[in-house]
Design a protein around this ligand. Sequence first.
Ligand code: HEM
Length: 525
Amino acid sequence: MGLLQQDSTVSKIVFNTPGGATTITLGVAAGIWLLLSSLKHISNPKIDLKTIPSPKGAYPYFGHLPLLGEIPSLQFSKWHKELGPLISVKMGVKQWISISDANLAHQILGIDTTVTANRPHTTFLCDYHALKDNGIAGANPSTQWKKTRAATLQILSPRNREHLDKLHGPDADLLIETLVNTTARDGSVAVSDPLHFTSLNVIFATCFGRRAESVDDPVFKEVSYLMNQTGKRSSPAEEISTFLPVMAIMDILFRKKKDMHKFIYERRNPAFERYIKASLEEDVDCFAKSLLEMEDINNHDNVIVTLADLIIAGTDTTAVMLEWSMIILCHYPEVQKTMREEIGKFVSEHGRLPTFDERESVPYSISVQKECMRFRPITYFGLPHEASQDIEVNGYLIPKGASIVCDMRALHRDPALFLDPDTFIPDRYVNERSKPMYTSANMGPEMRDHYNFGFGRRVCPGAYLAELEIFNVWVRLYSRCLVEPAKDAFGLPVYPDLDDIYNAGITSKPGSSTLRIIKYKDALL
Ligand code: HEM
């Protein structure tokens, strides 16, 4: 791990990984803005720091924003190839430090690194969604945040596995039935909604002790609306005045803050108050109830935001992972066949499907899961962290206030970590890094399988639940069904383009996800 030395002004992170520093290519032409903004730190008599390489062509004031294109992370990945694993990108008036190397990411964002655990301030996410520093995802570390995160980890951890498994098993069965029946009826099925319904139900039931009946259930419709709105409003495009303060005038003209206020106080909060009230009236165990009983963290705002964080962070992510995996695997029927045989072997020996605790008996299927996550990461940049003070990284300066992001695409295609990284290799993980993903997410860089769950003190607290859900769907889907591409009017397969990516703000979704889910005539259990 990186060695962290702190004094009152600068935190110093020193590389101790061979090659870590040497792979950094010095910037050919650091942007004028970056140079100027760095000078005030370089002028600190204690240090003489290098400027982090920055791509050419930044515009005055707008910085690199006009160069980003529709999928900014593709541009970031190109810049990383050119300039090395640590780059500085000017996002309007904000500085983003992007990392494409796992060791470096761990050194800068690792668990022992308290100076990078903050979240950058954005108007909607921090002031409105988080009701100013409440909940988990949008709050900065504080005693309340620590206790709330610990309570969440408790409820989502393997210690609660029996409860979570019981909740999810029937939903996974229902999902497969829906996908199969819709295909039989309509010829194909748009898999996104049913997948979202399934993941929402698990986390909704965990939080409130009840579930939605179907995608037409008003609860599902309302929560989907609240989630989509929150996702949309927190995307960089919607938060543009954070990056270009001059655009604040547009916010005033379009009464944006008034609109955010209305959404949170007239739609989001009343909905969550209703869900909490209903769960208190029912005789059910749920996280909302436990949270309300916990001293110090049971104030109204913290309870609402924590529950909203879980519902939002826990639904889209898992659903999108499963969506991508189905899109990928419809291109590889032979991989599906091998998984079917592997799971089938377990079924014929035990007369039932494997449970999550028995996943070691289906190593190929687990490897395919991980490879899907590596091949198409679910987020572009994870969630940004913020430097809460000046940080020295091997002679480079990350200034206080800079946002720190990881280029997930570049990170997962690092040839130093992944042989032939641009190729989908289903058995890549069969003999190595076979630990559960949630364990791996909390380990050092050399032990991690992938980096989708983020880093350090902010690493995803829902990784165990996500993995459990993915497993439950996986063994049912691939033992019972073949995932095929949809067909055109002539009955020919229309293979989804794996490079057709829809920019959904924080998550990276497939452009289209209409498929055919065909149940085998001799389907297993
Ligand atoms: C495949 C599924 C998932 C992926 C890829 C994923 C990924 C992530 C990432 C990248 C972060 C940011 C980590 C960082 O800042 O370094 C995060 C944070 C978070 N995730 Fe997940 N997540 C998934 C599922 C879930 C689930 C199922 C839940 C809960 C039910 C959840 C709850 C959260 C919360 C509350 C945070 C905020 C943590 C904090 O700010 O301290 N996630 N997740």
